[in-house]
Write a protein that binds this ligand. Structure first.
Ligand code: A2P
Length: 299
């Protein structure tokens, strides 16, 4: 396997590995083992969030890894229960404390709260201050639509470096990708191999296993790679960052073994054509502390 990893340059000059390791839905008890395996296999970007409940374990795995902190990219997110200026500062400091780090490489607002957008803006402005203070090397957002980005950019100084959004062959989020290209924002895919569809009823529109789609499995056969590797390659070949999640050591290794082949333009287009336009995750337009009352415990 070629180990040289693709890197992406963010709009503030920071270079990050394009492929990162995701821990959404990874129970705290499994997180140290999963992140330890991932770092040993060569992952250098680890994505977590205050709301995942496993920042402590991510930090512990990082410390145990023996890999220099400067070589690792730690990304976490502020949950909406901590939006607003005062709460955002508390939430940010709590994430640093749980992770046990002096700084994070990438700090994201986890969701827009369109109905309470002043709180979203105030939280982002705290993140901007964290960059000035050297506590975050880059900041960005997650699950923002082009309209949310426009509303944010009217009020803040720092253009988000990253927008992390649901993006896989069944939901290619083309309008968001287009807005990012215009604004100089890196598209980072959550659920990059379509795992989110596991949480949908099997008969729901747009559901189904991306990894069993014949377009994907035919390409896997052609290249002698797995379906997941083909989908991850599609992300990388189109210039995106992708964050596959796994707790399984062989799948963790499989998902980073993607740097020895590339898809052809027509193959990339064939995967694009699988888009159903239906997201598996929640509609960001509906998100706020009333529709999602879960609150992060920062004590
Ligand atoms: P597991 O953690 O047991 O490996 P996504 O990141 O797109 O949300 O996908 C994550 C889901 O896909 C998880 O259920 C994960 O399960 C599974 N998964 C991760 N890597 C692979 C792989 N290479 N092949 C098949 N399934 C995978």
């Amino acid at each position: 396997m070629t180990t040289e990893q693709t890197r992406l340059t963010l709009n503030n000059g920071l270079e990050i590995p394009a492929l990162g390791f995701g821990v959404f839905q990874t129970p705290p008890d499994d997180t140290i083992a999963a992140v330890t395996t991932a770092i040993a296999d060569g992952y250098r970007l680890i994505d977590t969030a205050a709301s995942y409940g496993n920042e402590r374990e991510v930090g512990e795995a990082i410390r145990r890894s023996g890999v220099d902190r400067a070589e690792l990219f730690v990304e976490t997110k502020l949950w909406i229960s901590d939006y607003g200026a005062d709460k955002a500062q508390v939430g940010f400091d709590a994430s640093l404390r749980r992770l046990g780090v002096d700084y994070v490489d990438v700090y994201l607002l986890h969701q827009p709260t369109p109905a309470d957008f002043d709180d979203t803006i105030a939280a982002y402005q705290v993140a901007e201050k964290m960059v000035e203070a050297g506590k975050a090397r880059a900041i960005g957002v997650s699950n923002f639509s082009p309209d949310h980005l426009t509303r944010l950019l009217e009020k803040v100084d720092v253009v988000p470096a990253i927008n992390q959004v649901e993006l896989h062959p069944y939901f290619t989020n083309a309008t968001v990708q287009h807005a990012h290209a215009t604004l100089g924002i890196v598209t980072q895919a959550w659920s990059p191999i379509g795992g989110i569809h596991r949480y949908r009823p099997a008969d729901a529109p747009g559901s189904g296993n991306v990894l069993e789609n014949p377009t994907i499995t035919d390409l896997a056969d052609k290249y002698g790679k797995s379906p997941a590797q083909v989908v991850l390659r599609w992300h990388l070949d189109q210039g995106r960052s992708a964050l596959p999640k796994s707790v399984n050591p062989s799948r963790i290794a499989e998902n980073i073994d993607v740097f020895d082949f590339a898809l052809e333009p027509a193959e990339l287009a064939a995967i694009d054509a699988l888009d159903t336009g239906l997201r598996g995750g929640p509609d960001p337009e509906q998100l706020n502390t009333r529709t999602f009352p879960f609150a992060v415990d920062n004590s």
